[in-house]
Design a protein. Structure first.
Lengths: 75, 227
C-alpha cells in the first residue's frame, strides 16, 4: 500500500514534469528565435511567452499537487 | 509535513485561534501601509527618496496594465488592485527567505497555503465579473452564450477554472519550492541549499508577475470587445 502510494506520487510528478518540460522547451526556443529575428517585438513576445509558460506550468503543478496529496497519505 | 494549523497563538480568554500565517499577513500589510504612507506623506513636485520609488512603481505598473488592458477606463480603475496584488505576493513569497524566519515555529510564507492563494484568486474572479458588468452592462451576460448557446456550460466552467488554476499555480509553486528546500536542507545542511535559495528568489518574483499578468489578462478579456 505504502509502496503503491510512493510510486504513484513519483509517477505523477515525473510524467507531469516530462510533458511540461518538453512543452516549455519548445515554446521558449521558438520565443528566443522570434526575438533574435525581430528584437523590436521583444516586449510583446516576452509577455506572451510568460502567459504561455504559466498555462503549461499549471498542468505540471497539478501533477505536483497530486503527488503531495499521495505523500501526505503515507504516514 | 509543515504544520498547517498546529501553530496557533492562543492568549488566555481569547477563543479565536490565530494561525501564524495570519500574523505574517498582517505584518506584510503593515509593511506595505507604512511604506505607502511614508512615501506619500510629504509629496513634492520634484520627487526624492521614497517618493521616487513609489512614483516609479505606480507609473511602471500603470503603463504595463494599460498596454495589456485595451479598455483605458478599466485599466485605470483596476491597476491599483493589480499592483497591490503584485507587491503583496512578492513580499509574501520572499518572506520565507528572511534570515531566521525558519526558526519561528510554524512560520511559513502565506502564499504557500491553499487558503491565502484561494482568497486572492477569488478576489480576481469577482473583480473580473464586476469589471465586465461595469463595462458592458447587462450585455455582459451575452458573452456566456457567445458563439452559441450550446457553449454555456463550457463558458461557465471556464469562469470556474480560472480562479482554480490561479490558486493551484501560486500555492503549488511556493509550497513545492519550500518542500524541496526542506528536503535539501535535511540532506545537505551546508552551502548547497544556497543555490536553491537564489533560484527561489527568481521563482518568487516570476510567480508574482504571472499572477498579476493573468489577472490583468482575465480583466482585459471581460472588459474588451466581445466576439
Amino acid at each position: 500500500m505504502e509502496m503503491g502510494l510512493a510510486l504513484g506520487a513519483a509517477i505523477a510528478v515525473s510524467f507531469a514534469g516530462l510533458g511540461g518540460g518538453v512543452g516549455m522547451g519548445q515554446a521558449g526556443g521558438k520565443a528566443v528565435e522570434a526575438i533574435a529575428r525581430q528584437p523590436e517585438a521583444g516586449g510583446d513576445i516576452r509577455t506572451l511567452v510568460f502567459i504561455t509558460f504559466a498555462f503549461i506550468e499549471t498542468l505540471t503543478i497539478y501533477g505536483l499537487v497530486i503527488a503531495f496529496m499521495l505523500v501526505n497519505k503515507i504516514q | 509535513m509543515f504544520g498547517m494549523w498546529d501553530a496557533m497563538i492562543t492568549p488566555e480568554g481569547f477563543p479565536l485561534p490565530i494561525p501564524h500565517l495570519v500574523v505574517t499577513e498582517w505584518a506584510i500589510i503593515l509593511v506595505l501601509a507604512v511604506f505607502a504612507y511614508s512615501a506619500s506623506r510629504r509629496m513634492e513636485l520634484v520627487p526624492t527618496g521614497l517618493q521616487n520609488v513609489l512614483e516609479w512603481l505606480v507609473t511602471f505598473t500603470y503603463d504595463f496594465f494599460t498596454s495589456l488592458i485595451e479598455n483605458e477606463d478599466a485599466a485605470k480603475k483596476w491597476a491599483p488592485l493589480l499592483s497591490t496584488f503584485f507587491m503583496f505576493i512578492i513580499i509574501s513569497n520572499y518572506s520565507g527567505l528572511i534570515p531566521g524566519a525558519a526558526h519561528v515555529s510554524g512560520f511559513q510564507p502565506p502564499t504557500s497555503n491553499w487558503n491565502v492563494t484561494c482568497t486572492l484568486a477569488l478576489i480576481t474572479a469577482f473583480t473580473v465579473q464586476l469589471a465586465g458588468f461595469q463595462t458592458h452592462g447587462i450585455h455582459y451576460l451575452g458573452h456566456f452564450i457567445s458563439p452559441n448557446p450550446v457553449m454555456l456550460p463550457l463558458n461557465l466552467l471556464e469562469e470556474i477554472t480560472h480562479p482554480l488554476s490561479l490558486t493551484v499555480r501560486l500555492f503549488g509553486n511556493i509550497f513545492g519550492e519550500e518542500m524541496v528546500y526542506a528536503f535539501m536542507l535535511a540532506m545537505v545542511p551546508f552551502l548547497i541549499p544556497t543555490a536553491l535559495m537564489a533560484l527561489s528568489l527568481l521563482l518568487g518574483g516570476i510567480q508574482a508577475i504571472v499572477f498579476t499578468l493573468l489577472s490583468a489578462n482575465y480583466i482585459a478579456a471581460s472588459t474588451g470587445h466581445g466576439h
